[in-house]
Design a protein around this ligand. Structure first.
Ligand SMILES: C[S@@+](CC[C@H](N)C(=O)[O-])C[C@H]1O[C@@H](n2cnc3c(N)ncnc32)[C@H](O)[C@@H]1O
Length: 267
C-alpha cells in the first residue's frame, strides 16, 4: 500500500514532524521480563561524557535540539543557563510549549534519566528545574558560517549536539565544515560534546526517511583536529604570539567512542 511506503525527504523545515519524532524515540520497548520501558542508551553515554569530560560552566548551547531536551538533561546540575536551538520552527514551538509548562511530553525521557542515573529528585522536579534554566530557544542553521545569523548570545562554556550535524550534512566534508561553523560560538577553552550516529546513511521518522552523512570515528576525529588546527592558525596570526594557544578544547563523546546502540566502547 502507498501509505506504507517510506518517503525519502531532504527538507527538515517542511518534512520534519516533531510529534512523529517524539513517538519514534519515546516508544517504550519490552525487556526480557516482558516489562515495557524506554530505552535511550545514548543518554547514558552522553551523561558519562559530561561526567568524564567534567563539562560544566555558566552557559551551554544545545545545537539541533529537535523537539526534545534529551541532550541537556546531563547539564541540569552543571550549567546555570541552557540554550536550545534548531532549524525547524515547529521544533522550537514544541520546546517553547514545554518551557512554559503547557506540555508534559518530555516526562517519559526525564523519568528514564532519573531512574537510569539514580537521581534523587523526582521527574517532575527535574523537569521544572530544567525549564527554569532555559535561557533561550531560537533558530540556528549549522550550514551558515554564522549559524545564529543576527542573533547575539554570549560565548558559551560548552556546546552539546546530538544527531544534528550529520543530519544537516550530506558527506564528511560538509560535516567537517559544520563543525567549523559552530565552534566559534564557544568561549576560549570551551568544550564541544558531540553525540553522533556512526556508519549510517539514513534514519526513519514515521513514514519519512532522512538522509545523514556517513561517519566513522576517524572522520569525526579528523574534523575536530582540523578545527583545532584552524583556530591555532587564526590565533597565531591575529595575536602574533610565538606560542599561540589552541582556542578550543574538546570533550567529544566519541573520544571515548561509544556505540549509539549500547555502552560498548568502540575506540
Ligand atoms: C536526528 S534529530 C536530533 C534531535 C535531538 N538532538 C535528539 O538528540 O533527539 C536532528 C535535528 O537536527 C536538526 N537540523 C537539521 N538540519 C539542521 C541545520 N542545518 N541546522 C540546525 N539544525 C538542523 C533537525 O531539525 C532535527 O531536529
Amino acid at each position: 500500500m502507498d501509505t506504507e511506503k517510506k518517503q525519502h525527504v531532504t527538507d527538515y523545515v517542511t518534512d520534519f514532524d516533531p510529534r512523529a519524532y517524539m513517538d519514534a524515540i519515546y516508544t517504550p520497548e519490552k525487556d526480557d521480563s516482558g516489562n515495557t520501558a524506554l530505552n535511550v542508551p545514548y543518554l547514558n553515554n552522553l551523561n558519562k561524557a559530561f561526567i568524564e569530560g567534567d563539562i560544566r560552566g555558566q552557559r551551554i548551547l544545545d545545537i539541533g535540539s529537535g523537539p526534545c531536551i534529551n541532550s541537556v538533561l546531563p547539564a541540569f546540575q552543571r550549567f546555570e543557563e541552557i540554550y536550545l536551538s534548531d532549524l525547524v520552527p515547529k521544533n522550537l514551538t514544541a520546546l517553547k510549549n514545554w518551557r512554559s509548562g503547557n506540555s508534559a511530553n518530555m516526562l517519559p525521557v526525564v523519568e528514564y534519566f532519573v531512574q537510569s542515573e539514580g537521581i534523587t529528585i523526582s521527574s517532575e522536579e527535574l523537569d521544572e528545574l530544567l525549564r527554569n534554566k532555559i535561557s533561550g530557544i531560537f533558530e540556528i542553521d549549522v550550514r551558515r558560517r554564522d549559524p545564529l545569523g543576527d542573533r547575539q548570545i554570549p560565548e558559551v562554556d560548552a556546546i552539546v549536539s546530538s544527531g544534528c550535524l550529520e543530519s544537516a550534512a550530506t558527506d564528511y566534508e560538509s560535516f567537517s565544515n559544520y563543525v567549523s561553523n559552530i565552534t566559534p560560538l564557544l568561549k576560549q577553552g570551551g568544550k564541544l560534546v558531540l553525540s553522533t550516529v556512526l556508519y549510517r546513511t539514513s534514519y526513519g521518522v514515521g513514514s519519512k526517511v532522512f538522509m545523514t552523512a556517513y561517519l566513522t570515528p576517524e572522520y569525526i576525529r579528523h574534523s575536530l583536529n582540523l578545527v583545532a588546527m584552524t583556530s591555532y592558525t587564526k590565533n597565531s596570526f591575529r595575536r602574533r604570539k610565538r606560542q599561540p594557544t589552541v582556542r578550543h578544547s574538546y570533550a567529544l563523546l566519541p573520544k571515548r567512542l561509544f556505540d549509539l546502540n549500547g555502552n560498548e566502547e568502540i575506540d
